[in-house]
Design a protein around this ligand. Structure first.
Ligand SMILES: Cc1cc2nc3c(=O)[nH]c(=O)nc-3n(C[C@H](O)[C@H](O)[C@H](O)COP(=O)(O)OP(=O)(O)OC[C@H]3O[C@@H](n4cnc5c(N)ncnc54)[C@H](O)[C@@H]3O)c2cc1C
Length: 365
């Protein structure tokens, strides 16, 4: 397709959008105000599932299921072509002492997901380092986590190898060029960058940019803090989750504990309060961490949206402008499906799933 597409924002969503579109259109230019893949997509935990999938709408579930099936092949393909392994690590996930266990099991039966109640003694057998006192467990086999900093690194490497893709880092977009009813480019510090189509995938910052057109996109930054431990490789065999806090094992024994949910604007400062609270959760889940010192503590800004349903598709009244943003707590799991659906819509291909629930039309103020 003879087009130049400009993508604004190089988190996992912008990077994967660029990767998909590069196979379909003449030229793709991806601009990021910093380095690509250093914001939320770097800061997240990388669980390849919503935290409580049964609490989400069918719209989120549809994207999550498509992506979960696709992740292993995406990981292999990126590793083979770039030498950077995104480490899709399938460990399964235990939820402990849930209040809505019955709803979870009913959802799993309906959606045919491999989630089942397990005897708590079986959970302790499988995860001997689990803290004492948990009474009930459900387990979903097959849930993976992806090492998201490596995922974005390997996506960047894959894009750098493509002749029709240009990555422009440290290139902040301040607004859109409008000609007639059409968006025909973006404003950078160096002038206008022309585009046949512009894709807004600027994560938590997407609403600010759309506001320059007088449109209200209800996407706002939601701060999340995490801490990281380094343990023996076999310390934690599965992901575990209780009271909204989780532990994620990487293949090399790093354990992530997350996360907080804070409305603090664009502030990304890690706080002492969150550190203390995350450490307490870590020790409750895994008492063996009591004497360990976290090796890192950071915060990221999720692109919060109503019900976590992303905006994927064209912006009505502004031909040439498209959204792929607002993935809130699930941008890593939802990325493969969101970006495939997006590419289908922009290129006029048969969409992988019904695009209606994600359409910006009717959802912008
Ligand atoms: C603590 C935490 C834990 C998480 N855990 C998980 C999890 O386990 N599983 C999961 O699926 N998701 C998780 N998430 C959510 C996930 O990280 C996000 O939904 C996802 O990364 C969003 O990707 P994105 O590309 O939309 O945004 P981002 O990664 O934030 O990328 C947006 C990019 O746009 C750029 N940008 C912004 N404004 C401009 C501009 N004006 N010009 C140019 N560039 C611009 C930014 O520099 C940035 O690189 C977590 C998030 C956090 C913070």
């Amino acid at each position: 397709m003879s087009k130049q597409v400009v993508i604004v924002g190089g988190g996992v969503i912008g990077l994967l959008t660029a990767f998909n579109l590069a196979a379909k259109v003449d030229r793709v230019v991806l601009c990021d105000q910093g380095e690509v893949g250093r914001e939320s997509s770097w800061a997240g935990g990388g669980i390849v599932s919503p935290l409580y999938p049964w609490r989400y709408s069918a719209a989120v579930t549809a994207l999550a299921h498509w992506s979960q099936d696709f992740y292993p092949q995406l990981g292999e393909r990126l590793f083979a072509s770039t030498g950077v392994d995104p480490e899709v690590h399938t460990t399964g996930l235990y939820w402990l002492d849930l209040d809505d266990e019955a709803e979870a099991l009913a959802w799993a039966a309906r959606e045919q997901r491999p989630l089942s109640a397990v005897d708590i003694s079986a959970a302790y057998d499988a995860v001997p380092v689990l803290g004492a006192g948990f009474k009930r467990a459900i387990f979903m086999a097959g849930v993976a986590n992806v090492r998201n900093p490596r995922l974005v690194k390997s996506l960047k490497a894959a894009l750098l190898a493509l002749p029709n893709v240009t990555l422009r880092e440290h290139c902040q977009i301040s607004g859109f060029r409008q000609q007639g009813g059409r968006i025909t480019g973006v404003h950078t510090a160096d002038g206008v960058l022309e585009a046949d189509d512009v894709v807004l995938s600027a994560g938590a910052w997407s609403g600010d940019l759309l506001r320059t057109l007088g449109l209200e996109l209800p996407v706002e930054p939601v701060k999340g803090q995490m801490i990281l431990f380094k343990c023996a490789e076999d310390f934690l065999p599965s992901m575990v989750l209780a009271k909204g806090r989780y532990a994620i094992p990487r293949r090399d024994g790093h354990i992530l504990i997350g996360s907080t949910l804070e409305h603090a604007g664009y502030d990304k400062t890690p706080t002492e309060d969150a550190l203390a609270s995350l450490k307490a959760s870590a020790v409750e889940l895994l008492p063996g961490l009591a004497d360990a010192t976290p090796v890192a503590h950071w915060a990221g800004l999720r692109p919060g949206s109503p019900e976590g349903i992303p905006y994927i598709g064209p912006v009505p009244g502004h031909d040439g402008l498209w959204l792929n943003c607002g993935h809130y707590r699930n941008g890593l799991v939802l990325a493969p499906a969101s970006c495939q659906l997006f590419s289908d819509l922009l290129t006029g291909a048969e969409p992988i799933i019904d695009p209606a629930p994600y359409a910006p039309a009717g959802r912008l103020g």
